[in-house]
Design a protein around this ligand. Structure first.
Ligand SMILES: Nc1ncnc2c1ncn2[C@@H]1O[C@H](COP(=O)(O)OP(=O)(O)OP(=O)(O)O)[C@@H](O)[C@H]1O
Ligand SMILES: [Mg+2]
Length: 436
């Protein structure tokens, strides 16, 4: 039997948008973190992963459902739960030692004891000798170690890590991750369970006993993959590679072309986020795909390695290609469609025409903008109009991002123009002239 430590039961959370309307970020989240396990949480940006972690840490309250810690309702930050953030806010005027001691000081732990415990934590995380250093004298990797020491010094039974390694360069991130796993496996830390939010699929597969995949709008668990391999795991082993493929497959499921999937969310809605992929990247990946050695089909993790794109960038461009009908996604593979192949062989002008047609068919926001321009006698409309529309479903940043993508894509597809000075979206000049 496994012993639950933190339980979320039908947890929901909404945030109020700038215009006062409530936006649901998490809905019906059921999740149990049990003793002895490491769980990884993956999901698109904005799907509510950090919000879920903050709820589990007691930093914010859920507005629906229940959060139990050791069987009792969680009220506020709990002693046994520590969180590590992507960028740990270290106090610049305090030494490493003092930064690590802060949490203990807040708990009223006596100076001698907190000094000793901080030294131990600093030692564990490989920073011995730097106790007296100031944060600015440290590299990014070392600063993140201080952040982790600050969490470890509290001797948490639950460690919640929110993209703790993603601000670091790849090698530093990997090393730190392995060290934490080493501490975990050897029992040098009293931590009984970890939840790790990541954008890095390999990291999730290397660390976790199970991987949860969040879906967006509102966030909830979409899929779960148990991983039974013992740690330490070999990153190049067939088992790990197969699992990575499987996770890619799960993450892209339901984002393939409408009609080819069973999931409801396959078809984009007007107020949805758009994948952040610029034209150069979309075309670059397509061109790469048709060529040696892929011949139209590639394993996403391999493609990620070759292109040095991050998982998020690669997923965004893959999803864009699938949306536009240029590629299919299945089981962690991307394969080019006949339309995609035709596109690669086409002239620039023909490419733009195809692009425009696909946008009108598959991206409702762009079709809506174009339709609005056709209806409007003056042939131009302020971007704010569309931002307001998006704000019904997205927060300010996401709305802005979705509109930026729509404008870039739409301009390329010759569906409209955009005036960077006035923020007006306009009919293309040649078409406006014809209409008169
Ligand atoms: N305090 C807040 N007030 C209003 N909106 C918020 C607040 N915190 C988060 N949100 C919104 O809730 C949504 C989910 O945010 P969250 O940070 O949980 O996502 P995430 O999955 O961690 O994303 P990322 O991968 O980019 O870190 C986002 O749209 C975000 O802008
Ligand atoms: Mg986050």
């Amino acid at each position: 039997m496994t012993t639950p430590i933190i339980e979320l039961k039908s947890v929901g959370k909404s945030f109020r948008s700038a215009d006062g309307s409530a936006r649901s970020v998490l809905e019906g989240v059921d999740f149990t973190l049990s003793e002895g396990e490491i769980v990884a949480l993956l999901g698109q940006s904005g799907s509510g992963k950090s919000s879920m972690l903050r709820i589990m840490a007691g930093l914010i309250d859920a507005d629906q459902g229940q959060v139990l810690y050791r069987g009792l309702p969680l009220h506020g930050a709990a002693r046994g739960i520590s969180m590590v953030f992507q960028s740990f806010a270290l106090f610049p005027w305090l030494t490493v030692q003092k930064n690590v001691e802060l949490g203990l000081e807040a708990q009223g732990v006596a100076p001698e004891i907190r000094e000793r415990r901080a030294e131990q934590a600093i030692d564990l995380i490989g920073l011995s000798g730097f106790e007296g250093a100031l944060p600015r004298e440290l590299s990014g990797g070392m600063r993140q170690r201080v952040g982790i020491a600050r969490a470890l010094v509290m001797e948490p039974e639950v460690l919640l890590m929110d993209e703790a390694f993603s601000a670091l360069d790849v090698l530093t991130g990997e090393r730190l991750r392995e060290e934490i796993l080493g501490l975990w496996e050897s029992g040098q830390i009293p931590t009984k369970a970890m939840l790790v939010v990541s954008h890095n699929i390999e990291e999730a597969v290397m660390m976790a006993d199970r991987v949860l995949i969040f879906r967006s709008d509102p966030g909830r668990v979409r899929a779960e993959l148990p991983i039974a391999l013992p740690r330490p795991r070999q990153v190049e082993s067939t088992e790990v590679r197969t699992l990575i493929d499987e996770v890619y497959g799960l993450m892209t499921a339901g984002t393939s072309r409408p009609g080819r999937t069973t999931e409801k969310e396959a078809k984009l809605q007007l107020g949805d986020r758009l994948p952040e992929a610029d034209i150069a990247r979309i075309e670059g990946i397509l061109e790469l795909l048709v060529d040696e050695p892929y011949h139209g089909r590639a394993d996403l993790p391999k493609l990620g390695e070759e292109t040095e794109l991050t998982d998020k960038e690669l997923l965004d461009v893959s999803i864009a290609l699938a949306l536009l009908g240029f590629a299919h996604l299945a089981y962690g593979d991307i394969s080019i469609t006949p339309l995609g192949e035709h596109y690669v062989g086409a002239s620039n002008q023909e490419r733009q025409t195809i692009f425009g047609c696909q946008l009108l068919e598959h991206v409702p926001l762009i079709a809506y903008i174009r339709h609005g321009l056709e209806q409007d006698r003056s042939g131009d409309l302020p971007e704010d109009l569309f931002l307001k529309l998006l704000r019904f479903t997205l927060d300010a940043d996401d709305a802005e991002r979705a509109l930026r993508v729509a404008i870039e894509w739409g301009r390329y597809g010759n569906l409209f123009e955009y005036n960077f000075h006035t923020g007006m979206i306009q009919m293309p000049k040649d078409e406006a002239a014809v209409a008169e």
